[in-house]
Design a protein around this ligand. Structure first.
Ligand code: IMP
Ligand code: MG
Length: 180
C-alpha cells in the first residue's frame, strides 16, 4: 500500500492537533447543549471517531449513507441518500460530519434533507475542504484543512474503497489512478 502513495500532505500529528482544536471550537459553540452528531458513511468514520473523543458536550450519534463515486474519482452530481437517520431530528441540534467538501453536492443534499425535518439547528463540520472544486455556495461551519484540487486518500478517505486506514492524508501515484 505504501508503494502506491505519492506524497504525504497531512501527517497524523498535524491531524491530531487540528482535530483537538476543532473540538474546542465546537464545544465552545454549543456550550452545554446536547447535539445529534451525524456521520456521513463511510468516509467520515475515522474523523468522527477522533472528533467525538475530544468533545465534552453531551452528544448522541447517528449515521447517514450517501451514494458515492463507485470506483471513479469523479463525483456524481446528484448524490442519493441510501439510508437515512434512525433518530428523531425534530428540535435537535444536528451536527453533520463529513470527510471532505469537494463539489459540495453531498453536504448540500444532506443538509437540505435534515433541515426539512425541523431540527433546532443544523451545523456542518468537514475534515477537508477543496474550495476550488465547489459547484455551489456551500460553506462548512468548521473545516479541518483546506487542500488544493488533488485526489487524496487516508484518514477515512478512499480510492476504490481502499486506503481508508492510513493515519495520514496522502496523494496517490498517477500510475495507480490511471490503472483502474
Ligand atoms: P462532494 O459531493 O463532491 O462534495 O463529494 C464529497 C464526497 O466525495 C466525499 O464524502 C468523499 O467521499 C468524496 N471525495 C471527494 N474528494 C475526494 C478525495 O480527494 N479523495 C477521496 N474521496 C473524495
Ligand atoms: Mg464520502
Amino acid at each position: 500500500m505504501k508503494n502506491d502513495l505519492h506524497k504525504i500532505l497531512l501527517s497524523s500529528q498535524k491531524i491530531d492537533r487540528r482535530v483537538k482544536e476543532l473540538a474546542v471550537e465546537i464545544d465552545r459553540y454549543y456550550k452545554d447543549r446536547e447535539i445529534l452528531l451525524v456521520t456521513l458513511l463511510d468516509g467520515a468514520i475515522v474523523f468522527a471517531a477522533d472528533l467525538i473523543r475530544n468533545l465534552t458536550i453531551p452528544l448522541r450519534l447517528d449515521c447517514i449513507r450517501v451514494s458515492s463515486y463507485g470506483n471513479s474519482t469523479d463525483p456524481e452530481t446528484a448524490p442519493r441518500i441510501l439510508s437515512s437517520l434512525k433518530s428523531e431530528v425534530l428540535q435537535k441540534h444536528v451536527l453533520l460530519v463529513d470527510d471532505i467538501l469537494d463539489t459540495g453536492n453531498t453536504m448540500k443534499s444532506v443538509y437540505e434533507e435534515v433541515s426539512a425535518k425541523d431540527p433546532a439547528s443544523v451545523q456542518t463540520c468537514v475534515f477537508l475542504d477543496k474550495p476550488e472544486r465547489r459547484q455551489n455556495n456551500f460553506k462548512a461551519d468548521w473545516s479541518g484543512f483546506s487542500i488544493p484540487d488533488e485526489f487524496v486518500v487516508g484518514y477515512g478517505l478512499d480510492y476504490a474503497g481502499r486506503y481508508r486506514q492510513l493515519p495520514f492524508v496522502a496523494t496517490l501515484k498517477s500510475s495507480i489512478l490511471e490503472d483502474k
